[in-house]
Design a protein around this ligand. Sequence first.
Ligand SMILES: *Cc1c(COP(=O)(O)O)cnc(C)c1O
Length: 426
Amino acid sequence: MSSYNIETKCIQSGYEPGNGEARVLPIYQSTTFKYASSEHMGKLFDLEESGYFYTRLANPTNDAVAGKICDLEGGVAAMLTSSGQAANFYAIMNIAEVGDHIVCASSLYGGTYNLFAHTLRKMGVEATFVDPHCTEEELDEAFGENTRAVFGETIANPALVVLDLEKFAKAAHRHGVPFIVDNTFATPINCRPFEWGADIVTHSTTKYMDGHATCVGGAIVDSGKFDWTANAKKFPGLTEPDETYHGIVYTEKFGAMAYIMKATAQLMRDLGSIQSPQNAFLLNIGLETLHLRMPRHCENAVKAAEYLKGHEKVAWVSCPALPGDSQYELAKKYMPDGTCGVITFGLKGGRDAAVRMMDSLKMIAIVTHVADARSCVLHPASHTHRQMNEQELREAGVQPDLIRFSVGIENSEDIIADLKQALEQV
Ligand SMILES: *Cc1c(COP(=O)(O)O)cnc(C)c1O
């Protein structure tokens, strides 16, 4: 990890050109790499030597961008995936198998909820969802002998619940399992979960990291701190021989890098959700300005939240960075410099008024996206979360009237003017 400040890491980490090489990270638009001898290639396949041979397993462009994200989070190893969904799927399946169990904060992104509650269950991995504000005792009760991980989002999409990272980390470690945090909304600019006890961090890089809504992508970062061997019985995939690699033991061979090496060598090899080098290149350009964009997103979000809060047609506003918000104290502790650009609100006219207002917006667009430079809105109950029933919606912290507003980095006066004229139509 470099010793630079985070702003410098956004620009400089990951790629270091040698003498006479391209100043900007090149796109290695190549599926494969050439070697002089058959023997050398064989060693690569055996993980005896490091080197590139096939882009599904590793690519220099992807590695450089993963290296930058790793540095931003303060980890020891990282990998890119084709989407945030793939990142969360791999993060769990790298350490859980049929008969295993995970504990999750119930305030989750809708796609992650579906993945954990339904698809993972079909694959034999059960999830218990806990209220993020539960007591330590209630949290302990969710664990079983077969629990293999704890999972939560720093700031939940779209419930905007701020996770008590220390509480969840301590519970995970009391039970000898790692704490995995989806840090998509906060980004490492505003929160670095490893500093609060998280062991693994995931991202949908599709959101603020890309920042321009150009590429779907994901990332997994390992802190290297979780001691797999101290809990060896729980994690045989990491601590016992892998027959598909001539019996290597990941923890013995790769030490602190074991988790990411296994995820790459096994899961990526077999499931193949790799990010394209072209997308990684664009993601890298987004990362270069992440430290400039995040503060502006946060500033505009607070201004928009304050405006909505003072409007007579608005029933409620949720913005963790706003004093008085139910999440304010947790946000202040874990994200003192700002949270994210996403806020939520409901209108006194309920669901119908929400639809009418959204349809009246001129600059702010209705799109299935959040967290890019352009302001946009979405009605989760009708869109991203429409597969959920009323109770599931409530457990995920999504009221039926909730409008998710991703505040962009336009001039805040223009954003507020658009809200104002749209509210006049309600
Ligand atoms: C969008 C999102 C995901 C899923 O990421 P994709 O890149 O869309 O696959 C996961 N977690 C959070 C918090 C998200 O916002």
